[in-house]
Design a protein around this ligand. Structure first.
Ligand code: FAD
Length: 431
């Protein structure tokens, strides 16, 4: 060990996933050291939706009140047709909170990230920046117990009983352990969080999350920071990407992609940031995230397309589930380390999380298809959505209900939304 003192667990990556895993484990008596490759911790200055399966965990961590004071609790989530602006369906978020016991809310990413970072500091997580992990290896520690070693770009290394790689979509650990590639959706996202005054003359709701779904595009709007700011996300399929061009998703494609969409969307487009954009990738689900004492977590394990707004939420759930399994052992610290049976805790984590996140990743793909329909399927989708009862939670129970700790706690086979599968769409349109 090149460093002074041996932590029980090392976490690589100081995003929302890595930091919240650090909080989850430290609360359970685990000594955690976290490495972030950037020189400072930080997040993008845009918005994030967090559902009850996340706010429930933030409540357990004692962070929900602070998060609520920084964010917004919208009244409803409304889906509209981007072509004509008409309403298709809505979730009443007050009733949703009553149903699931915790709120659905929106928050500035950097506010949530900073809250979790401060909690990690308060709990005594050993936080280190400016170090990029380049290699991982399972090995026996100097104390004679099993563990893993991580090596950094500067040639130094560190080791612990367990190493958790929460290094995001382009995870180095994932490349080394699984060697698959991110899957391009050919869609790109533009963001823009602006002072609320900038949209006061627009036709916007300051109390709702609104998603306009259109042919090969969608547009999201919601208030942030107690209503002081307004967040917008514009997502579209890039023709350049479909043609195989390297330089795709560029700002010249943005306005064309929303050509013909309703006034509310047109009003919002000039406010999008045009100096940065996010190409949308996910990865095909994998069945195991644990390799000896090295485990994947967050986007490194299950990057989704963002259509269900569950990426950061799943990352927070991952850490919580691992922390619960560690706590369930009731292990006492020994002379050689934490005393935790990590093989058992990691096996329990691996038994429940990949299957759940697999469902979310594949459901997000089909929701994307559903949102971006055109022609006859679009009209059929609109009809099905308009007929949906606002208070029908059939399609959200398996996501927003309590986070399962074992496969037996997962809800039974979840329903597929009508039209959310190619087979159903083809049947309805008579193909
Ligand atoms: P990241 O946030 O990517 O963090 C990884 C960290 O690891 C970074 O700090 C990085 O610098 C560091 N790192 C990388 N490599 C190394 C290395 N080799 N060594 C050390 N450190 C390293 N999710 C939601 O829940 N709700 C939403 O509303 C939502 N909206 C979204 C909208 C858009 C447009 C997009 C693109 C995503 C959205 N998501 C949403 C998804 C969410 O942003 C991600 O799933 C989440 O941020 C993943 O967190 P993470 O900590 O796993 O990874």
């Amino acid at each position: 060990n090149d460093r002074v003192g041996t932590p029980d667990a090392i976490i690589i990556g100081g995003g929302i996933g890595g930091l919240s895993a650090a909080v989850a484990l430290t609360r359970r008596g685990i000594r955690v050291r976290l490495y972030e490759k950037a020189h400072e911790f930080g997040e993008v200055g845009a918005g994030l939706q967090i559902a009850p399966n996340c706010t429930r965990i933030l409540h357990e961590y004692g962070l929900l009140e602070e998060v609520k004071s920084l964010g917004v609790l919208p009244e409803a989530m409304v889906m509209k047709d981007a072509t004509d602006g008409s309403e298709l369906t809505r979730l009443d978020l007050d009733d949703l909170e009553r149903t699931y016991g915790f709120p659905y809310m929106v928050i500035h990413r950097s506010d949530l990230h900073r809250t979790i970072l401060r909690e990690a500091e308060r709990l005594g997580v050993d936080l280190r920046t400016g170090l990029a992990a380049t290699a991982y290896e399972n090995r026996t520690l100097a104390t004679g117990v099993p563990g893993a070693r991580v090596t950094f770009a500067d040639g130094t290394s560190d080791e612990a009983e367990v190493v958790i790689a929460a290094d995001g979509l382009h995870s180095v650990a994932r490349r080394l352990l699984v060697d698959d590639e991110p899957v391009s959706s050919a869609y790109v996202a533009y963001r823009g969080a602006v002072p609320i005054e900038s949209v006061r003359s627009h036709d916007v709701s300051e109390t709702e999350v609104v998603v306009y779904v259109g042919p090969r595009c969608h547009f999201v709007q919601y208030p942030l920071r107690g209503g002081e700011m307004f967040n917008q996300v514009a997502v579209f399929e890039s023709d350049k990407a479909l043609r195989g061009e390297e330089d795709w998703g560029t700002p010249d494609e943005l306005d064309d992609a929303f050509d013909g969409m309703c006034d509310q969307v047109q009003q919002g487009l000039p406010l999008m940031w045009r100096d940065k954009w996010w190409r949308m990738f996910d990865r095909d689900p994998i069945e195991t995230w644990v390799h000896g004492r090295i485990a994947l977590l967050g986007d490194a394990a299950h990057p989704p397309l963002q259509y269900m707004a569950q990426g950061a939420v799943m990352a927070i759930e991952d850490g919580w589930v691992l922390g619960e399994h560690v706590a369930a052992q009731g292990a006492a610290r020994t002379a050689t380390g934490s005393g935790v049976d990590w093989d058992a805790a990691l096996a329990a984590y691996d038994a429940v999380r990949p299957e759940h996140c697999h469902r979310v990743v594949t459901t997000a793909r089909s929701w994307g298809e559903l949102w971006h329909l055109d022609g006859v399927p679009r009209r059929q989708r609109n009809q099905v959505l308009r007929e949906r009862d606002t208070y029908d939670y059939t399609y959200t129970d398996w996501i927003y209900g309590r986070t399962a700790l074992t496969p037996g706690q997962e809800p039974p086979p979840y329903p597929t939304f009508p039209l959310a599968s190619v087979a159903v769409r083809e049947e309805l349109s008579g193909v």
